[in-house]
Write a protein that binds this ligand. Structure first.
Ligand code: FIX
Ligand code: ZN
Length: 465
C-alpha cells in the first residue's frame, strides 16, 4: 500500500470494506428524496385528472398491452367495458390466471404489498374498499413518503380543455407539483393545432408567415406566464430531424428556442416514439424506433445559449446520447423512458452513463400516470441505480480511492434532484416569488444561487474532452 492509499485509508469516515460501502450506497439511495422530473400526474386541484386507486392502476396502458397478448378480446370490446370491468379482467387474466412476471405487473404487486393489501386476492373488493376509505390529501402524503419523492413535474398541454379550468382560475395548486409546458400538438401537428390556438385568441394560420410566428410566440409567452413551467417539452418521432424543411423545424428555431432563451427555460425532447402503430390499442398502441442523434447534436451546436434535456426511447440510441453529452455542456440526458424502464435495461444504461458522464446526468423519471405508481417505480429504479452506483464506487475502492458517506450522499443528491434543479434554475425563487420551498433538502437559497451561477459558467466553457 503506497503512502497516498494509506492516507486515504485514514480519511475521516472513509469506507474501506465492500460490505460497508454497499450498505452505505444502498441506504443513501433509498433515503434520498427524488425530484421526479417527468410524470403525467396532476395535483389534486386538477380534479378528475388526478388518478389513483386500484382501478386506475390496473387499467394503465402498459398493462392493457399485456392483457391483449394474454386474453382473446377485441380492443374495441375491452374499451367498451366500464373502468371497473376492465380492471377486473386485467386482474383475473394477468394476476390470477398467470404469475405477474413482467415489470408492470410486478409493480402492481409491490404497490399492493407496500399498502398492506393482499397481492393474492381473488378479486378487487378488499383493494377497492381500502382506496374508498382514503382521504385524497392523506393518501397523497403517504405515497410521497413511501416513494421518498419531494416533488413531481406534470405534463401540461395548453390546448387541453380538461386542464383549462385550473389554469383559468390562476393555476394555484399543491406546491409539490410543478408544471411542464408540453408542445406535442403544436410541433407534431401544426395544421390541426391552428384552430385551437386561434380559439384562444391568437391569429395564427397554417402558413407560417412572420405574423403567424409572432402570434405563436405570443401564445407560448402567455402560457409560460400562466403555467410557470420548469421546462418546455415535446415528444418526437424516431424520424425527427433538425434542421429540415418542415413547420416543426421552423417553429423550433424561430419560436420555441427564442422563447426558451428569453424565459431561461430548458427544452426537453423525448425522442423515438412511433405513435399509434396499433391504433386500436389507443395509448397502449405506441411503439418505438431508432432515432438519429444528429438532430440532437445539430441543435446543441447551433444553439449554445439553449439548454436541452434529452431522453431517447430506443436502446440503440443510448450510447450515442452519452457521447453527445460529452461534447455539449448544454445537453442533459435524462431517464430510462417507457420501454427502457425495465431493470435489465436501466442497469445497462445507468452503468454506461456513470462510465461516460460521472454523475452529470438525471438517471430516472417515473413517467407515472397514477399516483400509487410512484411507490413501485421508484423502488424498482432505486434498487438498480444503487447497484450501479455501488459498482462504480467499488471500482474506485479497487483503485485505492475510498469514499466517505458524505461524498456518497453528495453524488446521490446530485443524481436525484440537484442536476435537475440546477438545470431548470429552480428555487432561487419559489413559485410566485418568495424563498425556498421545503423540498430544497435544507440547502439555502444562497447555495442554490451559487450552483446556478456555476452552471451558467459551465455552459459557457463547454465540457472539453
Ligand atoms: O410522451 C410521453 O410523455 C410518454 O411518456 C407517454 O406518451 C407514454 O404514453 C407513457 O406513459 C410512457 O411511459
Ligand atoms: Zn411521459
Amino acid at each position: 500500500m503506497n503512502q497516498h492509499t494509506q492516507s486515504a485509508n485514514h480519511l475521516h469516515g472513509a469506507l474501506r470494506e465492500p460490505s460497508a460501502l454497499r450498505a452505505c450506497v444502498t441506504e443513501t439511495v433509498f433515503r434520498t428524496r427524488v425530484f421526479d422530473m417527468h410524470t403525467h400526474l396532476f395535483a389534486p386541484q386538477f380534479g378528475a385528472l388526478n388518478l389513483w386507486g386500484i382501478d386506475e392502476l390496473l387499467t394503465y396502458h402498459y398493462l392493457i398491452a399485456e392483457l391483449m397478448r394474454a386474453e382473446n378480446i377485441a380492443p374495441r370490446k375491452f374499451f367498451a367495458l366500464s373502468k371497473g370491468e376492465q380492471a377486473d379482467l386485467v386482474w383475473h387474466t394477468l394476476f390470477i390466471e398467470r404469475a405477474p412476471l413482467s415489470e408492470a405487473t410486478r409493480g402492481i404487486i409491490r404497490a399492493l404489498t407496500a399498502l398492506d393489501l393482499n397481492p393474492r386476492a381473488k378479486d378487487l373488493r378488499e383493494a377497492r374498499a381500502f382506496f374508498a376509505n382514503q382521504k385524497a390529501e392523506d393518501f397523497l402524503n403517504r405515497v410521497f413518503e413511501i416513494a421518498c419523492v419531494s416533488g413531481v413535474v406534470m405534463t401540461n398541454d395548453p390546448l387541453d380543455a380538461a386542464e383549462a379550468g385550473v389554469w383559468n382560475d390562476g393555476g394555484e395548486f399543491d406546491s409539490r407539483f410543478h408544471a411542464a409546458l408540453r408542445m406535442d400538438r403544436l410541433l407534431n401537428g401544426w395544421r390541426e393545432a391552428v384552430p385551437h390556438i386561434k380559439a384562444q385568441g391568437f391569429s395564427v394560420q397554417e402558413d407560417l408567415s412572420a405574423g403567424a410566428l409572432a402570434e405563436t410566440r405570443r401564445f407560448l409567452d402567455a402560457w409560460i406566464e400562466r403555467m410557470k413551467p420548469l421546462y418546455l417539452a415535446v415528444s418526437l418521432p424516431d424520424t425527427f430531424a433538425f434542421p429540415e424543411d418542415s413547420a416543426r423545424s421552423k417553429l423550433i428555431s424561430e419560436v420555441v428556442l427564442p422563447a426558451c432563451r428569453e424565459h431561461d427555460k430548458p427544452l426537453a425532447m423525448m425522442i423515438g416514439v412511433r405513435r399509434r402503430v396499433n391504433p386500436e390499442l389507443q395509448l397502449a398502441g405506441d411503439a418505438l424506433g431508432r432515432a438519429d442523434i444528429t438532430a440532437v447534436t445539430n441543435l446543441c451546436a447551433a444553439y449554445p445559449d439553449n439548454r436541452f434535456l434529452v431522453t431517447m426511447l430506443a436502446r440503440e440510441n443510448q450510447h450515442e446520447l452519452c457521447v453527445a453529452a460529452r461534447k455539449f455542456g448544454n445537453l442533459m440526458p435524462f431517464g430510462c423512458w417507457w420501454f427502457l424502464n425495465n431493470p435489465s435495461i436501466i442497469s445497462e444504461v445507468t452503468r454506461e452513463r456513470f462510465e461516460l458522464l460521472g454523475a452529470s446526468f438525471i438517471p430516472q423519471h417515473s413517467d407515472a400516470r397514477v399516483l400509487d405508481q410512484l411507490i413501485y417505480k421508484w423502488e424498482h429504479s432505486r434498487r438498480v441505480i444503487a447497484d450501479a452506483l455501488y459498482e462504480s464506487f467499488k471500482c474506485l475502492m479497487d483503485n485505492g480511492w475510498f469514499a466517505t458517506p458524505k461524498e456518497i450522499e453528495q453524488e446521490v443528491t446530485r443524481l436525484f434532484s440537484g442536476n435537475f434543479r440546477q438545470w431548470v434554475g429552480l428555487e432561487t425563487k419559489a413559485r410566485g416569488g418568495g424563498s425556498l420551498s421545503p423540498d430544497s433538502d435544507g440547502r439555502s437559497a444562497r447555495e442554490f444561487e451559487f450552483e446556478i451561477t456555476d452552471l451558467k459558467q459551465q455552459q459557457r466553457t463547454k465540457i472539453q474532452d
